[in-house]
Design a protein around this ligand. Structure first.
Ligand SMILES: NC(=O)c1ccc[n+]([C@@H]2O[C@H](COP(=O)([O-])OP(=O)(O)OC[C@H]3O[C@@H](n4cnc5c(N)ncnc54)[C@H](O)[C@@H]3O)[C@@H](O)[C@H]2O)c1
Ligand SMILES: [Zn+2]
Length: 343
């Protein structure tokens, strides 16, 4: 894991220290390739690598099995083999699909990730989950395939649209609430534009997620579940908005507020802490209330679609105080409905 500035230019030499291979595919999307593909290709050449650039249309719609297959076909046509490797240059969409391709190509070749969104740096590039969507749902197909190397060059974030940048903070605030009260305070006095502070923040978020994932890599013992804080209602809002109205981090912001309201009711999260969380989300220009005419029922229906309510209760992540989180089995459908209605 490398975090810094100007790292894209040093990519070739940096990767050379980890890989004695010669050929690779650079998988990227149509937006990102325009900004960075040249720099990446040149730097790889200077490290003695031969690369084939493969770009796919930007956006979640590209995260499909068909697209993964088409990428594999292009890799075969470019003569890449078992001795090659994959570089994923992009946000979470590219990280997920390029990782998936690396997991299945010749039964698995190394994956190097160069995240280009804040969300990808603090969340999707950590934990080894890769995959694609199907007609029926997100991330239904996939594999665990940890990247060999992740290179976070904060300079690439300069071209990221503001809304995309801010949505990364929803996951960062989530990490603070579930695991790090001190980071929560740091965020309360956050000043934009300080590159070193941003690097430190990214590093801390990687540590938090890695530590949680390490305890429960395959998402089985339940420890990884705390990372889903805010996501039950967040995902439902994304779905209810047809995946167009809200970005993931924006829907998560609202989901965090719903989870806080439920936490206040069920496990005694102090109301002033709940308010501090809402203020912090607002500080990063994340939504803190739903548009008045947004159909709440659609959200609730989506929660029911997503979650199994057993005997009227659901497993739900709650926070008793900022810096901690756990699973609760006591949250009821009524709690969830009321929290959604209050948004
Ligand atoms: N594997 C995991 O553990 C995990 C975790 C969280 C999210 N995800 C996945 O991540 C995806 C969302 O990732 P995302 O939010 O990064 O979306 P994204 O990859 O679609 O990127 C968002 C947009 O920003 C553009 N962009 C990216 N970097 C840019 C840059 N530096 N400059 C200018 N434009 C840039 C992209 O072209 C795209 O249009 C979802 O598919 C989600 O399922 C995976
Ligand atoms: Zn998320």
């Amino acid at each position: 894991m490398l975090i810094g500035q100007g790292l894209l230019k040093q990519l070739g030499v940096r990767v050379r220290r980890h890989l004695a291979r010669k050929t690779c595919a650079i998988i990227s999307d149509s937006n990102i390739a325009l900004f960075f593909a040249d720099r990446v290709t040149k730097s790889l050449a200077s490290g003695g690598f031969q690369s084939a650039l493969i770009t796919i249309p930007a956006g979640e719609k590209s995260k499909t099995l068909e697209q993964a297959g088409a990428i594999c076909d292009q890799m075969i046509a470019a003569g890449l083999d078992r001795q090659s490797f994959v570089i994923g240059l992009g946000g979470g969409v590219i990280g997920d699909i390029s990782g998936f391709v690396a997991a299945i190509y010749h039964r698995g070749i190394p994956h190097v990730q160069i995240p280009t969104t804040l969300l990808a740096m603090v969340d999707s590039s950590i934990g080894g989950k890769t995959g694609v969507n199907t007609r029926d749902g997100k991330n239904l197909l996939g594999a665990i395939h940890h990247p060999l190397l992740v290179i976070d060059d904060v300079d690439v974030l300069r071209t990221l649209p503001r809304r995309e940048f801010n949505q990364g903070f929803a996951e960062i605030i989530k990490h603070a609430v579930i695991a790090d009260a001190k980071m929560f305070q740091t965020l309360q006095s956050w000043k934009a534009g300080e590159a070193l502070a941003l690097q430190k923040l990214i590093k801390r978020n990687i540590q938090i997620k890695s530590k949680i994932v390490a305890k429960d890599e395959r998402d089985q013992s339940g420890e990884r579940a705390v990372l889903n804080f805010g996501h039950t209602v967040g995902h439902a809002i994304e779905r209810a908005g047809g995946y167009r109205k809200f970005l993931h981090g924006e829907a998560l912001s609202l989901g965090i507020i719903a989870a806080c309201d439920i936490s206040t009711k069920r496990v005694g999260l102090p109301p002033d802490q709940r308010d501090a969380i809402v203020d912090l989300l607002r500080r990063f220009q994340l939504p803190t209330s739903l548009p008045r005419n947004f159909p709440r029922k659609k959200i609730f229906d989506a929660v029911k679609f997503d979650k199994k309510f057993e005997g009227g209760k659901v497993r739900f992540i709650v926070t008793p105080r900022i810096g901690t989180a756990r699973v609760s089995g006591d949250v009821t459908m009524k709690d969830v409905r009321e929290a959604i209605e209050a948004l």
